[in-house]
Structures are given as structure tokens and as C-alpha cells.
Ligand binder design. Structure first.
Ligand SMILES: Cc1cc2nc3c(=O)[nH]c(=O)nc-3n(C[C@H](O)[C@H](O)[C@H](O)COP(=O)(O)OP(=O)(O)OC[C@H]3O[C@@H](n4cnc5c(N)ncnc54)[C@H](O)[C@@H]3O)c2cc1C
Length: 432
């Protein structure tokens, strides 16, 4: 029906109050980078989009607490740059940082590359201000690191994908900028070896490990095909590669020597010789560019069927070796494009059509292939949604895989906060 661009919390509250009174449904929207249709209105023409991009101010940086108070419409990249200029670091790191907004990050409980060390954005949030479905404002912006006075209400809104209220302001935790950083690309023959390396680094340098990303040979080949300048002269002859990022105080030599020791003890000389260690931040960002180019490269290859899954780390090798033949059985020639945050047990298990020419027929098999993948994920103790959320796309999976008690509690919370179902209806929860 309309796109509304409020400029303050009071304006959000006024719009919400009015829409609530008129029974008009609202769809909060941030940078619109979500991948599950959460910020997309339905086709009725009776919903309004509340986009917060005018509310982009950084309100204060508290250097004693190590926190920043920011409006929800601030782009993630703008927040990162602003705090870095003051010697601080906001560790949420997503490839969509140039477009996504803090409100969207909180509403989806965004993860990204640095979850291993700093957690999801839930772990980085110290306070919120939210406009409720009836237009009242709930505010807890004290930013206290310890506050056990009753239910921790902010946690309800984080990850609720705009179904419980509109996030307008947040207090977020900052950390000091890491002093030494090492980025390396290590080819590995299989997932078991990748996890052995993960275990060794974790044992020996635990705190220093900030990212541990997996890329299949097919995902890297797609980058080489569609963005040859990004992959440049790197060897592409192993089944898998991991991108490791370490950061800690001390000297660069100490970091390199600990990393080499972990490599040596876990995966042996051959792979070690093929590892590419960035010599400086510029080279490090080139290695990251390969990882970050995969989603675009896959898009250029044609339509695909995407899965955003998580598994206990110990189950990943078994899951993949079990699923690959089953997929070929159901859809001969299908090309799995597997990459993601192996250190968090979170993989983007995407499927490309057997050939670019077959893409249209291939996507018609979405439901069948999704069922196969998600059934195996759940059988291995995993989740069908690790970081992108539910939105509209995965509501059926909620109905299928979530137990009755969990769904009942979620429905009750939704009803308690939004009895008239005006706040982003048709998202997250399955129809009753
Ligand atoms: C290239 C690329 C890489 C990505 N990488 C990652 C990744 O590594 N990790 C990850 O977690 N995600 C990733 N994403 C997904 C996406 O960027 C995140 O989910 C992000 O947090 C969404 O933020 P947004 O501002 O774009 O939200 P939108 O897409 O606008 O909205 C997402 C949801 O949040 C709700 N919402 C938005 N703003 C508010 C608000 N102020 N109050 C209440 N509800 C609100 C919307 O209603 C919707 O349900 C990636 C996406 C792309 C395109």
C-alpha cells in the first residue's frame, strides 16, 4: 500500500499506532538483504513497509563501557567505519555489510564470519528500544553488562524477524581492534582433515581463531569462472579449501609460527606446502574476496536451490558423504556448491543445476530436494536454518521440524505481543 520512511522513534510509534488502529499490517524493512522474504510484503496490497533507512545516526560511543548506541537504520558498514575511526571494532562481519542495517541484523540475529570468536549479534547486543505492535515504546538502553532484574526482554526481539515489534535503537558491544592478523588459505582433501586442522588451531590458539571458512572445489571453480580476477593464480586442485583467520596481540612472527605448528601437527607437510599465507592485510583481503565472491558467482551460473544449515561439527563429514550419492540418485548431475562457516558447523549447502541450460527445470525440483537435504540435516541433529532465518520461505519447515511445544510457546509469545497480528504477519510462524 505504501512505503513509510520515519525519521525518529516518535514517528515510528505514530505510524504504528495509526496502522494498528486501522488494522493495517506492517512490514519492517532494513537493507532488504535478507534471503528468506522476511522484509517482503504479501500480494494483498494492504500492507505497509516501514523502512528505517532515515534513522541512521550513531548516537554515542561510550569508551568506558566499550559500547555504541546506534539507530536501527544505520548500515553495518557505516557503523564499522565510525567505530574504527575511534580505535574500536564492531565484530559483526557479513558480505552484505554495505547494505544491511543494524535493525535487520538484530531482527535476524545475524551471524557471519566472526561468530566463532564473538558470537552472533545476540551476544553483541546490550540494549534495545522497540516500538511494539500497538505503538507503545519499550526501551532498555542502559547497556548494563549485568542486569538480572526479571526477564531479558531484548532477547525476544532479537531474531524475531520483525514479527514482534520494530527495533529503533540498539546498544552494541565493541571490542578493541585486533593487533596482529593472519589470513591463510589451506587446501585439504576432505572434511575430516579440515576439522582436524580446526581442532589443532582451537586447542593451541583457541582465542585467536576468528574465522574458519570452508569452500568446495566447485564453489571456487565458480568464482574462477565468473570472477577470474579474484582467484588469480591460486592452485585449485584440492576437493576442499579452508580460509583461516587468526588475530591476537603479539608479533606477526609469533602468530605465523603458532599457525605453522598447528598445520604441521594436524594435516602434514604436503598440504602445508600448498597453503597460501597472506603477508599483509591487502593480501588477506584478497583471500577473503574469493570466499565473499561465491554467492555472486553462483548467481551468475544460474538459479540454484539454497540451504542454510547447521550441524554438530562431528556430524558434517558423515552428512556430506551420505547426502552426495542420495542427491545424485534423485537428480543426476546435480552440482552441490558447498561453502560456509565450518567453524560454527554452518554450511551453505546450495545446489546448482546439472548444467546451466537445465536450470529452469531444475528449480521445479526445489521441494523434493529441500526435503531430502533437510530430513538428513535433522537426522544428524542439525538445524534447517542456521543464520538467514525463516521469513516466508521456511515456514513449512517450521511446521514440519519444530516440536509442538516449541511452536505453541512461539505462537503464545506472538499473540501476547501482537494479538491483532499486524506486525509482519505471515512470517516465521506456520499458519495454525
Ligand atoms: C551477499 C550476502 C551475504 C550474506 N551473508 C550473511 C551472513 O554471513 N550471515 C548472516 O547472518 N546473514 C547473511 N546474509 C543475510 C542478510 O544480510 C542478513 O540476514 C541481514 O542481517 C539482514 O539485514 P537487513 O537490514 O538487510 O534486513 P532486511 O532484509 O531488510 O530484513 C530482514 C528481516 O528483519 C526484519 N527487520 C528489518 N529491520 C527491522 C527492524 N528495524 N525492526 C524489526 N524488524 C526488522 C524484516 O522484517 C525481515 O523479517 C547475507 C546476505 C547477502 C545478500
Amino acid at each position: 500500500m505504501a512505503v513509510v520512511l520515519p525519521g525518529s522513534t516518535a514517528e515510528v510509534a505514530a505510524v504504528v499506532q495509526y496502522a494498528h488502529a486501522q488494522g493495517i499490517a506492517m512490514v519492517p524493512q532494513g537493507g532488504h538483504t535478507g534471503l528468506c522474504g522476511g522484509a517482503v510484503p504479501d500480494a494483498s496490497g494492504r500492507q505497509i513497509i516501514l523502512n528505517l533507512r532515515r534513522m541512521r545516526d550513531i548516537l554515542s560511543i561510550d569508551t568506558l563501557e566499550g559500547t555504541v548506541t546506534v539507530q536501527a537504520g544505520c548500515r553495518l558498514a557505516d557503523l564499522q567505519q565510525a567505530v574504527e575511526a575511534k580505535g574500536w571494532y564492531f565484530p559483526l562481519s557479513l558480505a552484505s555489510a554495505g547494505e544491511c542495517q543494524i535493525g535487520g541484523n538484530l531482527a535476524t540475529n545475524a551471524g557471519g564470519h566472526n561468530v566463532l570468536r564473538y558470537g552472533n549479534v545476540r551476544e553483541l547486543c546490550r540494549g534495545l528500544e522497540v516500538v511494539l505492535a500497538d505503538g507503545r515504546v519499550w526501551s532498555d538502553l542502559s547497556g548494563l553488562p549485568k542486569n538480572n532484574s526479571g526477564y531479558d526482554l531484548k532477547q525476544l526481539f532479537i531474531g524475531s524477524e520483525g514479527t514482534l515489534g520494530v527495533i529503533t535503537t540498539a546498544v552494541l558491544r565493541l571490542v578493541r581492534q585486533p593487533r596482529q592478523q593472519l589470513v591463510a588459505l589451506v587446501p585439504v582433501p576432505d572434511i575430516a582433515t579440515a576439522l582436524r586442522l580446526f581442532g589443532a588451531i582451537n586447542d593451541e590458539m583457541g582465542e585467536a581463531l576468528t574465522a574458519f571458512e570452508l569452500m568446495s572445489d566447485f564453489s571456487m571453480m565458480l568464482v574462477a569462472r565468473h570472477f577470474p580476477e579474484v582467484v588469480a593464480s591460486l592452485p585449485l586442485n584440492s576437493a576442499w579449501s579452508v580460509l583461516v583467520e587468526l588475530s591476537r596481540p603479539g608479533t606477526a612472527e609469533d602468530l605465523l609460527s603458532s599457525f605453522s605448528g598447528a598445520l604441521d601437527r594436524s594435516i602434514g607437510r604436503t598440504e602445508m606446502n600448498d597453503a597460501v599465507v597472506a603477508r599483509d592485510l591487502v593480501q588477506g583481503s584478497r583471500l577473503w574476496a574469493i570466499r565473499n565472491a561465491i554467492p555472486d558467482a553462483q548467481r551468475r551460473e544460474g538459479p540454484s536451490i539454497k540451504h542454510d544449515i547447521s550441524l554438530p561439527r562431528g556430524q558434517i563429514a558423515g552428512f556430506i558423504s551420505e547426502l552426495y550419492p542420495l542427491l545424485q540418485d534423485r537428480c543426476s548431475g546435480v552440482r552441490p556448491c558447498v561453502f560456509g562457516h565450518l567453524g560454527d558447523g554452518n554450511l551453505h549447502f546450495n545446489l546448482s543445476a546439472p548444467s546451466a541450460g537445465e536450470a529452469q527445470d531444475f528449480v521445479l525440483q526445489r521441494e523434493r530436494l529441500e526435503r531430502l537435504v533437510h530430513d538428513r540435516v535433522v537426522a544428524h541433529g542439525g538445524s534447517f536454518s542456521a543464520e538467514h532465518g525463516i521469513g516466508q520461505l521456511k515456514r513449512n519447515e517450521m511446521a514440519r521440524y519444530k516440536d509442538e511445544v516449541t511452536l505453541d510457546l512461539m505462537q503464545r509469545i506472538k499473540y501476547a505481543l501482537d494479538p491483532d497480528n499486524v506486525m509482519n504477519p505471515g512470517k516465521v510462524l506456520p499458519d495454525r
